[in-house]
Structures are given as structure tokens and as C-alpha cells.
Design a protein around this ligand. Structure first.
Ligand SMILES: NC(=O)c1ccc[n+]([C@@H]2O[C@H](COP(=O)([O-])OP(=O)(O)OC[C@H]3O[C@@H](n4cnc5c(N)ncnc54)[C@H](O)[C@@H]3O)[C@@H](O)[C@H]2O)c1
Length: 88
């Protein structure tokens, strides 16, 4: 069974590239991103690029959605990219 990785900030610059590589490598991927510094348009592009679908929690500061994600999903690993860059 595919390992399941949660990628926080997965709609952002480094995160989205990482998600593409993970999906291409056969991992199951969940993205947790509040879209504070990313466009929603990135999310369908990930599927277009890889032909695979990530589970998306684009929560827009809804903490209940984050709680739900972690209550419902079991992860083998988490890669944390959700953060603000200088000037953001
Ligand atoms: N880009 C670089 O060259 C570089 C170099 C070194 C370190 N970093 C660090 O790596 C991290 C990611 O960098 P990046 O260039 O991909 O930035 P980015 O802004 O493109 O991506 C960060 C993503 O995290 C999301 N996010 C921010 N705060 C969040 C929160 N509280 N909850 C959920 N999602 C949240 C944003 O919406 C965005 O999609 C940042 O912390 C950055 O400082 C980046």
C-alpha cells in the first residue's frame, strides 16, 4: 500500500514541486494549505501534471477542517512547508 504523506504548504512554491514528485513516485499525498500565499489554480494543475489526485485540505484558516483532516487520515510522514517568507 502506498505511503501517505501530508505536505503542509503544498500549494506553495516548494510544496507544490514536492507534491508533484511525491505523486509521480507513487505516494498518496494530502495537501494542507490555507492559501494565504498560493492560488487555488495550483491544485488542479497538480493533477494535470501528474495524472494523479492529491487529497486537498485548502482550509482558508478553518481550523475545524485541519482537525478533520488529522482525525480522518493516517499519515506515514509530514513534510512541513507552510510558513511565511520574508516580505509575505
Ligand atoms: N523558496 C525558497 O527559496 C526558500 C528557501 C529556504 C526556506 N524557505 C522556506 O520554506 C517554506 C516554503 O517556502 P516557499 O517558497 O514554498 O513559500 P510559499 O509562500 O510559496 O509557500 C508556503 C505555502 O504555505 C502556505 N501557508 C502559509 N502559512 C500557512 C498556515 N499557517 N497554514 C497552512 N498553510 C500555510 C501558503 O499559502 C503557501 O502556499 C517557507 O517557510 C520559506 O521561508 C524557502
Amino acid at each position: 500500500m502506498a505511503k501517505h504523506i501530508c505536505c503542509t504548504g503544498g500549494a506553495g512554491y516548494i510544496g507544490s514541486h514536492t507534491v508533484v514528485k511525491l505523486l509521480e513516485s507513487g505516494y498518496k499525498v494530502s495537501i494542507m494549505d490555507n492559501l494565504i500565499n498560493a492560488s487555488e489554480k495550483v491544485l488542479p494543475r497538480l493533477k494535470e501534471l501528474t495524472g494523479k489526485e492529491a487529497n486537498v485540505c485548502a482550509h482558508k484558516k478553518c481550523f475545524a477542517a485541519v482537525d478533520k483532516l488529522f482525525a480522518e487520515q493516517k499519515f506515514d510522514g509530514i513534510i512541513h512547508f507552510a510558513g511565511l517568507k520574508v516580505g509575505t
